[in-house]
Design a protein. Structure first.
Length: 335
């Protein structure tokens, strides 16, 4: 991905700066300590602050295996590259899979020997996968003084080691972009633009950013957006190819869409071409997770777990000990 971005999508600003998870209380520090392995290295408080200065942080874990990229610029670069190779790309062409070998596009049937359903969270499979919403906000471009104080000169991605997922990066134009979960799950897996624009969740993200960097108190947040990601019952992705039907589907990337769409695309190509490749032996190839529970149990359980996850973090901020609430709910989440 990095090589392609550098050669064909330089505006995507691909930068492999690694990733940092940091702790702001002792309960988070315990979890981070348990995540240390040959690829994830412990950072003492002084080592962490050399990389990035975050209020109340006490330690962290660093890995080199992470990069930042502007996904839209990468997509535009890919589209331009493919078009030059003779690939036809049809936009504004909503397609419905009608039957084997045919697509219904608007009011017309289009025949195709191979059809790949790669719309991920937008595939209609309400019990196989659910849409959970990940929202983001971004500041105006920040001053060189801010970044000289904060650091992160390598543009590492970073996140607090809380139970509720969060993530952040320094963009190529020097904004702070921060995202996270916490928005409610929609009943019956029906996607909702209202949830992607949840004012409550966006404000919570702004507050989190300001708690990390008090210097942001008077800075404008100029962007806010969100979108659905597909989650299977065991949080594992899937890829399936039916040679006889000429039909394949893939998804369930659970927030790792940039990396997983690339890997899944390579695996799907190997399946279609029937190539001898080790990528076809990966766990997610031709697998199926068990289904999600029926509604309304699914709606009640998932939204309760989202709230309890938030309470787990509040408990740890108060007690500085690993959350008892999380100990109860973690087996139910199956993450």
């Amino acid at each position: 991905m990095g090589n392609f971005a550098r050669d064909f999508a330089p505006a995507a600003s691909f930068t492999k700066g690694g990733s940092i998870n940091f702790a702001r209380n002792s309960a988070q520090a315990i979890r981070l300590r348990n995540s240390v392995d040959e690829d994830h290295h412990w950072l003492s408080n002084s080592e962490l602050t050399e990389k990035i200065l975050i209020a109340d942080s006490i330690c962290g874990v660093h890995t080199k295996s992470s990069a930042v990229v502007n996904p839209m610029e990468l997509l535009l670069g890919l589209a331009k590259y493919l078009t030059k190779k003779g690939v036809a790309i049809y936009e504004n062409s909503a397609a419905t899979i009608a039957e084997t070998g045919r697509l219904l596009v608007g009011s017309y049937f289009v025949t195709a020997p191979r059809i790949i359903n790669a719309v991920e969270a937008f595939r209609s499979a309400p019990r196989e996968q659910i849409p959970l919403y990940s929202l983001m906000v971004a500041t105006e471009p920040l001053t060189s003084q801010f970044w000289s104080e904060v650091g992160n000169f390598e543009r590492a991605t970073f996140a607090e080691g809380s139970h509720l997922i969060n993530y952040a990066q320094r963009t190529s134009d020097n904004r702070l972009a921060i995202g996270g979960r916490g928005a409610r799950y929609p009943f019956a897996s029906k996607r909702s633009t209202n949830i992607e624009n949840s004012a409550k969740t966006h404000e919570a993200l702004r507050a989190l950013a300001k708690s990390w960097f008090p210097q942001l108190s008077k800075v404008r947040f100029t962007h806010a957006w969100g979108g659905a990601i597909a989650i299977t019952r065991d949080w594992e992705p899937y890829l399936r190819w039916d040679k006889n039907r000429g039909y394949g589907e893939l998804g369930g990337y659970a927030g790792d869409g940039m990396t997983m769409s690339y890997l899944a695309g390579k695996a799907m190509a190997a399946e279609i071409l029937d190539n001898t490749s080790s990528i076809r032996t990966l766990r997610f190839v031709n697998r199926r997770s068990r289904n999600w529970e029926f509604e309304p149990l699914r709606f009640a359980a998932i939204n309760s777990l989202i709230k309890l996850t938030d309470l787990s973090d509040a408990e740890e901020r108060l007690t500085r000990k690993p959350s008892l609430i999380n100990r109860i709910i973690e087996p139910l989440i199956l993450r």
